[in-house]
Write a protein that binds this ligand. Structure first.
Ligand SMILES: Cc1cc2nc3c(=O)[nH]c(=O)nc-3n(C[C@H](O)[C@H](O)[C@H](O)COP(=O)(O)OP(=O)(O)OC[C@H]3O[C@@H](n4cnc5c(N)ncnc54)[C@H](O)[C@@H]3O)c2cc1C
Length: 438
């Protein structure tokens, strides 16, 4: 059994991936109630591919909405800008709370329910498994996954360093509010507002809900844990000059100081870290949740394979593949945040670098052949897929007559997470690869 501590997007994605493979899994969360805020609200194109494979994309599409145009308000009026170049893959907007609810519903279809009010408070490990204490009760598991967020208990208990620093001076207030008076087909930003920027992003769902985001200058009165309705309304009116815009009913508020930190190890024996427990970074570029989802997607098939008899060393490739990606995401999101703060052009523009479609595991010990590690568009799990030139096609392979044109070889073995395992002309390479991964 796999024990997952933390039922955020990372833990839930991993749980769905394991459950659909028939792996016994328990998901425990210390919270008494499910999270309801909009927090990470942008699902990147690569994440949408993953969600299609997990069987939740239709629900995500139905509940969410495309990104609206940006409306930049300034002293002399406003102008509207697309965030993306025409024809580019675009992210999909859906509040994190709703996204988590969709994952929970899928998990329930697989017969697994999140255990709430179930805090992991202790664990030890030996050669055969992990003994964890959850809600005062001992649980024995084959592996423990710390998907328990930026303040991860699992990470601290392991003694794994969280190396990094706070980013710039930006402290943000984020809140879900009801508001009338602003067009709902625009993401409104007042980048030059004083003392700092403010934004109002319409949330999907056909309501009057917006996600308000604004910088604060960290005065003591502003960093109390209670950000009241009056405080938010006054800030909106003062910073935008739009006293006609209403603001009521803040259902979720958060004070947020950007950090760029990550671990230097993802695996200590039978305990692995994933998502924010392993890396946190500024929300600019909308990468955090997405990176956690893809940590989970990289790990799910490997855990399942190892439980089914694959060599345990397969799990080392999780860190090998995901750690460099986290390092890149830290750099990218920090750079975009800097551009926003300096009000530079490009700070709000999103392109290929944030879609996560280009991410590759090239250089990993699991990446073999010229194209090893690259993402293969449109080919997904849950198992391995062997693409083969028509004339060479073994019975269980998918005929791909244009393989040589695209990959310059006769066989491409696609891993369950949609990346090339091996590209080769020799079927024996495929068999060797399968021997170490399944
Ligand atoms: C203001 C804000 C805006 C953001 N915007 C974006 C965005 O646009 N796009 C994006 O991709 N990301 C965004 N993010 C980041 C995103 O919200 C996080 O990256 C994401 O929530 C991480 O998911 P997770 O599952 O790893 O951790 P979390 O969502 O933090 O979940 C961790 C879970 O673990 C539980 N837990 C903690 N300790 C224990 C314990 N000891 N035992 C049991 N359970 C425990 C917690 O209760 C929690 O439910 C934003 C974040 C913030 C704060």
């Amino acid at each position: 059994m796999i024990l997952i501590a933390g039922a955020g997007p990372t833990g839930l994605t991993l749980a769905v991936d394991l459950a659909r493979r028939g792996v016994p899994v328990r998901v425990v969360d210390k919270a008494d109630r499910h999270f309801v805020g909009s927090r990470g609200k942008g699902l990147q194109p690569r994440t949408l591919e993953v969600l299609a494979d997990l069987g939740v994309l239709d629900a995500v599409r139905a509940a969410g909405a495309p990104y609206p145009l940006l409306r930049m308000h300034g002293p002399n009026g406003h102008d509207d800008r697309p965030m993306f170049e025409p024809g580019e893959a675009e992210p999909w907007m859906l509040g994190q709370g709703e996204f988590e609810a969709i994952l929970r519903a899928k998990l329930a279809e697989h017969g697994v329910r999140v255990e709430l009010g179930a805090e992991l408070t202790e664990f030890t490990q030996d050669g055969d498994g992990v003994t964890a204490v959850v809600g005062g009760t001992e649980i024995r598991a084959d592996y423990l996954i710390g998907a328990d967020g930026g303040r991860s208990f699992v990470r601290k208990r392991l003694g794994v360093a969280f190396v990094g620093h706070p980013v710039d001076q930006l402290t943000m207030v984020i809140a879900d509010v009801t508001s009338r008076g602003l067009d709902r087909d625009r993401w409104h930003l007042w980048p030059q507002a004083r003392p700092t920027m403010i934004g109002m992003c319409p949330l999907p769902g056909g309501t009057d809900r917006f996600q308000l985001m604004m910088g604060i200058t960290a005065e003591p009165s502003e960093t109390s844990s209670e950000i009241s309705e009056d405080y938010l309304r006054a800030a909106l009116h003062e910073r935008t000059g739009r006293t006609d815009v209403t603001l009521t009913d803040p259902t979720w508020t958060s004070i947020y100081r950007s950090n760029a930190r990550m671990v230097d190890r993802y695996r200590i024996g039978r305990v692995l870290l994933a998502g924010d427990a392993a890396h946190v970074h500024p929300p600019t570029g909308g990468q955090g949740l997405n990176t956690g989802v893809q940590d989970a997607y990289n790990l799910g098939w490997k855990l399942a394979a190892v439980l089914n008899g694959a060599p345990g060393a397969l799990l080392d490739t999780y860190e090998e593949e995901r750690l460099p990606i986290a390092a890149d995401v830290l750099g990218l999101s920090t750079e975009l945040l800097g551009k926003n703060i300096r009000r530079e052009d490009g700070g709000f523009k999103r392109g290929k670098e944030t879609q996560q479609l280009h991410l590759t595991y090239r250089g990993s010990s699991l990446a073999r052949g010229e194209h090893g590690g690259d993402r293969v568009p449109g080919v997904f799990g849950p198992g391995f897929t062997l693409l083969a030139l028509g004339s060479q096609c073994p019975a269980d392979a998918v005929a791909a007559p244009e393989l040589r044109e695209h990959y310059g070889c006769d066989f491409v073995l696609v891993r369950p997470d949609g990346h090339v395992g091996v590209s080769t002309d020799d079927l024996a390479d495929v068999q060797n690869y399968l021997a170490i991964t399944s």
